[in-house]
Design a protein around this ligand. Sequence first.
Ligand SMILES: [Zn+2]
Length: 659
Amino acid sequence: MTNPVDILLTNAIVLTMDEKLTKFEPGAVAIQGDTLVAVGLEVEIRSAYTAQETLDCGGKVLMPGLVNAHTHVPMTLLRGLADDLRLEVWLMGYMMPVEREFVSPDFVRLGTLLACVELIRSGVTCFADMYYFEEEVARATADAGLRAVCSQTVMKYPAPDAGFYEESLAAARDFISRWKGHPLIMPSVAPHSPYTCTAEILQATAQLAVEFDVPLHTHLAETALEEENSRNEHGMPVIPYVKKQNLFDAKVLAAHCVHVDDGEIYTLMHHKAGVAHNPSSNLKLASGFAPVRKMLDVGLNVGIGTDGPASNNDLDMFEEVRLAAFLAKVNTNDPTALPAPTALSMATRLGANALHMGSLIGSLEPGKRADLILVNISPLHNAPRFRRDPNGLYSQIVYAGKSTDVSDVMVNGRWLMRDRQLTTLAEADLLVQAAEYATQIDLFLIKREKSVLSKLIAIGGATETESFEVQAKVRITDTESVLSALKKPEIEILHERHYREFDAYFSFDDPKQGHLRYREDESINAKGEVSNVRYRLTLLGMAREGHFPSDVLLSRSRFIAPATHSLRFYREYFKPVTETSIEKVRLRWRILFQGTEFFINLDKVIDPDLGSFLEVKSRTWSQRDAEHKAQLTTELIRFLEASPEETVAQDYIEIVETR
Ligand SMILES: [Zn+2]
């Protein structure tokens, strides 16, 4: 008496990837609906089950589908857009501005479908995604027939799908409540990272994940800079900081965890967090080496992810598994550190556990979902086969196997690829649509890269403002006469400041672009101590708007923004042709002279040694007002007993350049 099932897969080398790494050869699998009913030796399965459909696997390896533990699938449409940059420049300078401009539900759907083609073709049956408009990722993935953890991004910055974090949090709640219980999609929430989220966002997203009992997907401890900033800003490393925000109340899937110490690894273990190790991304962005061996030793569930196709640049898990094995070896100076069976376990069972989906997928065991692949292990690049070492099969797959060796893919009992033919997706149409997006994005970036101003606006943090100034700068030898003139009753001092200023001027090929100035302003208090430091970016236009008698200029300060990134960031992002540094001590007053407000700067330029300068400035908004203020400027300079005949160029950079 045999039991009827839907499908029998026979004549296979079955790698179950269960905890004991059980193998069956020749093996077989019985499938009923979406579920694996039996896995075992072919003779036993055949004698116990009869099926409507029996498929001879031709001696290929039959194993669980690979789990891509961390990715951003719609970014297939941004693949190769900007490479060989630091994470900060890549993310803030390119990815986020392009995403703000282009990412829409349509973009996300197309990008996801393209990714699904690539994932199915390379033997992935489940992935953990994090992006915007995540519902579109979920819908496209379900249409393709793949399984995924779909995590809606929440962060403190405006996102393509939300102006404020409250909006994206509400969208995440709505998405999760409607998709919870879907046979293929596990909805989830993704606070992007501790550095792009506030403490409040981390707490709120953790609560949401707990409320719906869904995973929480995030990036943790990816770079040394993140770790260093966390210590500086919060007084502790990343993992204790997020723990303090109750993040681990939720079922956490943490991507990267590159910069974690032993204590932090135990914290992750204690809270049953899953880790997604992303070898290609960590290598390409030079993020460092995750301590994978240590994590596995304490029993952490470490999966393997490709990360997004913009930082990899593909979704090939075969390549990723091999790199994971190699990286662990080179990182520990020990070729035994991460053997092939362990690497393949990370891409299957441990990855499923990291996604908190281990009870459903990750190994071929009765009761689990029928998510499986067939892999040809006898092409030329993988021949011959040795049978002496029981781990030889794992070595064949990890060290010599290629994604193109995957011939058949089944998810939830449904074939998505048969003999390399896709059953649910039309690849050619998708490629045509992708090319159209690429053309648009190219045009957008070509236009942006031509203008320093639009590059500045693209990284956000400020809006374009124009302020017109009437100004004059004169070289002086006697600062004492200016100081004593300022004490006369004709001048009312409103405000007084003492600064030390470090300026870096960026110059560009086209002089019409002007100069970009990065300024570090150290305020010096009465005791001579630095009381405050301010960082500002100013784009200085080269063009004079007007010229009055006595070399008084009308000029335009086109753009001022707080500098929230490092000087190095701006250097790598703007790629100036030359960079000039200037250091000076500045005494600054805001005064009233004949009823008009002026700024007076008394500067001593120390490096390079340019001497002392008196600068008089006033804001203006109309031509008549400008003429009036120009006249007053000349009078004020005379009053301060400096000679206006020695008027010099507008900014120190120009003095340096014309010396
Ligand atoms: Zn990522």
